[in-house]
Design a protein around this ligand. Sequence first.
Ligand SMILES: Nc1ncnc2c1ncn2[C@@H]1O[C@H](COP(=O)(O)OP(=O)(O)OP(=O)(O)O)[C@@H](O)[C@H]1O
Ligand SMILES: [Zn+2]
Ligand SMILES: [Zn+2]
Length: 877
Amino acid sequence: MYAKVIVDVPAKQTNRAFDYWIPEPMREWVAVGSRVGVPFGPRKLQGFVVDIRTQVDYDPAKVKPIAEVMDVYPPLTPDLVELARWISQTYLCHEITALQAMIPGALKAKYERHVKVAEHAADGRSAGTNVGGSGGQHLLLLPEQLDILRYVREKGTVEIGALLQKFAANGGLVKQLMLEGLLLEVQMIKDRMAAKKVLTVIPPDQPAQLLQRAEELPARSAKQKEVLRYLAEHPFPIKLSELLHELGTSAGTVKSLAEKGWLAIEEVEVFRDPYAQRSFRRTEPLALMPEQRHVFGRISEAVQDERHQVFLLHGVTGSGKTEVYLQSIQTCLDLGREAIVLVPEISLTPQMVERFKGRFGDQVAVLHSRLSHGERYDEWRKIMLKQVRVVIGARSAIFAPFTRIGLIIIDEEHESSYKQEESPKYHARDVAVARAVQHRAVVVLGSATPSLESMYGTMRQPSLTGTPSGAAGGNRLNDAAAAVSAAGLHPSVQADAPSNEAPLQPQGAAIELLTMHNRVEGRPLPRVHIIDMREELREGNRSMFSRSLYKAIEERLHKKEQTVLLLNRRGYSTFVMCRTCGYVAQCPHCDISLTFHQSSRAIRCHYCGYAEREVTVCPSCSSEHIRHFGTGTQRVEEELGKLFPGIRVIRMDVDTTTEKGSHEKWLTMFRNRQADVLLGTQMVAKGLDFPHVTLVGALAADTVLNLPDFRAAERTFQLLTQVAGRAGRHELPGEVFVQTYAPEHYSIVSASRHDYKSFINKEMTLRKLHEYPPFHRLILITLSHEQIPLLMRTAESLAARLKELAKSLAPLPVEILGPVASPIARIKDRYRFQCMIKYRGEASISGLVRQAAAAFEDMEKQHKLTISIDVDPQVLM
Ligand SMILES: Nc1ncnc2c1ncn2[C@@H]1O[C@H](COP(=O)(O)OP(=O)(O)OP(=O)(O)O)[C@@H](O)[C@H]1O
Ligand SMILES: [Zn+2]
Ligand SMILES: [Zn+2]
């Protein structure tokens, strides 16, 4: 038997599977998805088994054996291995990069150098014994050297650093033993993190016998008697530490009982549970509102039919989407299948977790980035060992190693954070569809402000043929599904694919739209006022609060109701500018202005971390009229304090939420009404459901509008709709103030009217006109280097090469734009240029781009030039 293995080296030369044979004793343990250690040139590397074969098509004598199997259970399922190949083809990354992204950080390989005792080094009993050396001659070993050999033999293998530390005084002797060939070097592949084990007391006997034994013990062994009696009455097994704590006794007491053979102490794996301290109040399914009932009906039917289907659930804020998710998941669990729920990182709040844990209790694993490595690993193992059947998590939870997925829910599906910005640059929404095709699972995309991509998917006809070509026409999600078979997962398409795989066919790929127009219990959406800030200025108000928002806050303070204030961080940082000459403090390494940080009184670069002291005199003209501009959250907080003495403000932004658990702390405080105002960046806009919030203010609604990004209007509409949706969700009605310098802009006007439809119509028209997604697709290629001339030359020849290759796709329209300097033209002293490829979805362009980029790989190596490819980019900077 042979295994095809992808090794842990992300490079073009290694971006394919290598053959190894599986030694007989390992057969049982090696499967598709196993992690293995394999010899690779002079080294030993970790790799993933992606296929098992009975033969190789060249001289089998040349095939090396697998050196070790890393896990009892393969950490990846065969469908994930298949998905990794799809990701690498779709997003143009190395397959190993995709595979690595699917396992927790704790399982990333750590390479260690160990030693073991050579077989021929007989262990001398006393000093001066002769043992066989490597050359056959006899060596006389010192007692210290014999000690070292004995130590290593006992341990099996010892990491070299640890050995040198242990025998620090005799480091030279260790080295000598290695030179003599008595200690052999072995390379070990270790996990970054091991399962946590604790000493646990385990009974070998019946409880009755424990009591009987307690009686038999002599009176002076009172402590031992006490332990036995306690154990007889309490459930086993119990953690040793817990037992000692309960009885106030020593480990020695319990050990002596273990020595008698009456009980056992063993190391048992435990899970680090980030939610261990919390209890979740059990919730029961709510009686659904009519719209919820209809939507739930459609979803649960599809789940029951075990057919692949994508739904887009457009439900206004507060329409009760979460309850629909919960009941749909119940349907899925009742069928014995598993469910994945994705939420954006910043809305993975304790409140959200509580809703799922409250309904499904211990069946739920939670994956988010604020968990420690160990906690994350343990949550992941719960999934793998099938101790849970629901996972709720951010983007990467889409790779949960479930084997019978029935339902995948993506909440706030419009969020750009579902796109990973580093390699593999995948979009979790598209990966979800691909994975659902594999499992014949249902996907629910939920949002109050669906993305144009998903909306577009609902406007298209279902593909009647069900073949990949039937899904043509530029739709991302349909393509994702179609691409699963087209990209080579279908055995007849790619010879490399696992041979026992059933063909994956997308079934009538278009998305079904489900709508909930009304809030739960017919509560009204909040009234939204647009405030023209130019008008305020004209009438002499220089404050960052308009007069009406000021009044509204004052009123809420009076009525003891709560306010949420949103200040969009992006594009509105506090830059430092001289009012005399216009000088703006810039990062010397990046083309971006430095931002002022109140707490440290320093100005900092957000890209590279460069920092300098606050400037008080203009470096350019020596004027003293230099100060920080813009309205950071800190400044808003200060001003609130001045305007409303005694006001209690909770500020949530990157600065106040770095600490673990801080997120949770702030939100709990706000929920308990220990503050009047929750002030923050995007993190306050999503998912929060607080009954006493009756006022929402968006302080600078249009900051995103001015970014050089074709999605600027969409982002503005989404953000305003979401934040407005925080107000008046329960009995008390809500009110919203949107402050802007662009009050006529259609994204702001339609958000204020809760008019998704007119927004989407206008925006679709514009996108179509300008040939932007979802009508066309984009690939962004960014090149960076320290010197402009070389960079420009390379960018130009890459663009020329792309144009040349694109001709082969004629008459399909493929446009190569650029090269031009990137919007952020320099980061960390490296200049940046970009090319953009614009094309219609049916063009199979990835192979072409890979081919073009491959021609520049030598350039990359020789000149430290980097080329990064982003398929369907979300950020164009
Ligand atoms: N059928 C129901 N009966 C009574 N209350 C309900 C029902 N469904 C949902 N709710 C309640 O309505 C409130 C809003 O629901 P939920 O938070 O799920 O809305 P949502 O659609 O997810 O909103 P958003 O998009 O703003 O997050 C919650 O407090 C929820 O408990
Ligand atoms: Zn100046
Ligand atoms: Zn910088």
